[in-house]
Write a protein that binds this ligand. Structure first.
Ligand code: NDP
Length: 331
């Protein structure tokens, strides 16, 4: 592809963005439009969690009809490529400093050299803590309704969780499945009232509250679960064809320990998205205290890019001494 980075390891990038989700792409648009040579490093697929959301109705400008998460992130990606952002598929495994440069080690055994880095790695989904989970993962257990709902047409499914994701994804499933049961461990929901009411109004939904899934049963595929009422401790066998899990997320920053300041695994940033290491920024869900919203993540990314521009301009870069710009700009 023309906009994949050629020889990404043989040059100095103005900015390497680790993670190609909403925050990373928001950063890439601003950085590359600011004449930064910008590389997005992505380990799986561009778009991140937002790409798996079936409908986004709270991103400014897109509301009637709501835009799919996939389409929205494709627009972000096109936008970044339009201004010259390059992409490379590999996983960042270590960060270190070399004088004013920041080095990003990848799982290809190579090192990217950058003036600035933005960490926009998002968070990972929590796995359902139920017996036999791993045996049935991908065989009736799913973490993405947008991806898997069509496989459950006219079937009976449960959705686990009480947050915005559980409600939005359960609502999407009501269009495919015959019956949708929302299983949540308490009576109160974290989801917004609008999402709760919308799901409640669907004719094929039932809520099962104060309840957790303790075990998955089946032969080749999921056939049933054990539901346990957390108040009465009563257990029951509940037949179902599918288990959709939306029970939150956790940070994966072990590889950054000792390099920058973390709290409970999240990256500490100031309001300019600066981390404890100069020239290294963080954006999106991985930031301590971040509101996990697409518009906020994109805004974090934009802030990081703007601050990085000021930072780069304030340093005498060894590769630019006596030259206007040692690294040729790409068209
Ligand atoms: P949340 O962390 O908001 O919710 C997780 C849910 O899972 C909670 O109801 C929690 O229960 C439950 N849970 C956690 N652990 C377990 C467990 N071991 N067993 C059973 N249940 C469990 O995660 P979401 O993914 O829903 O949302 C994350 C963020 O993304 C939120 O800020 C949300 O607002 C945002 N979001 C925004 C969207 C939008 O604006 N369109 C769409 C989707 C998400 P309990 O409440 O008891 O802790």
């Amino acid at each position: 592809m023309a906009d994949m980075a050629e020889f990404p390891y043989d040059r100095i990038w103005d900015m390497v963005i680790i993670g190609g989700g909403c925050a990373g792409l928001g950063c890439a648009i601003y950085a590359s439009r600011n004449q930064f040579e910008t590389l997005v490093l992505e380990k799986k697929f561009v778009g991140g969690t937002l790409a798996l959301t079936y409908e986004v109705e709270n991103y400014p400008g897109f509301f009637n009809p709501p835009i799919s998460g996939m389409e929205l992130t494709q627009k972000f990606e096109e936008h970044a490529r339009y201004f010259g952002t390059k992409f490379h598929y590999a996983e960042a495994i270590k960060l270190e400093n070399d004088g004013p440069y920041r080095l990003v080690h990848t799982n290809e055994g190579k090192v990217l050299r950058a003036r600035t880095v933005t960490i926009a790695i998002g968070t990972e989904v929590n796995k359902l803590p139920a017996k036999n989970h791993d045996k049935f993962y991908g065989k009736g257990i799913s973490y993405c309704a947008t991806c898997d709902a069509p496989f459950f047409k006219d079937k009976r499914v449960i959705v686990v969780g009480g947050g915005e994701s559980a409600f939005e994804e359960a609502y999407y499933l009501t269009r495919f499945a015959r019956e949708v049961y929302l299983v949540h461990r308490r009576q109160q929901f974290r989801a917004s009232p609008i999402a709760v009411e919308r799901l409640r109004s669907a004719p094929n939904v039932e809520f099962i509250l104060d309840t957790v899934v303790t075990e998955i049963h089946g032969n080749e595929q999921v056939e049933a679960v054990t539901l346990k009422n957390v108040k009465t401790k009563e257990e029951r066998h509940f037949p179902t064809d599918g288990v959709f899990v939306f029970i939150g997320h956790h940070p994966r920053t072990e590889w950054l320990e000792g390099y920058l300041e973390l709290e409970r695994g999240y990256i500490k940033v100031n309001y300019q998205q600066e981390t404890s290491v100069p020239g290294v920024y963080a954006a999106g869900d991985i930031c301590l205290g971040a509101e996990k919203q697409a518009v906020i993540s994109a805004g974090h990314g934009a802030t990081a890019a703007i601050k990085a521009r000021n930072y780069v301009d304030g340093i005498n870069w060894p590769d630019r001494v006596g030259k206007e710009a040692a690294v040729p700009r790409q068209g």
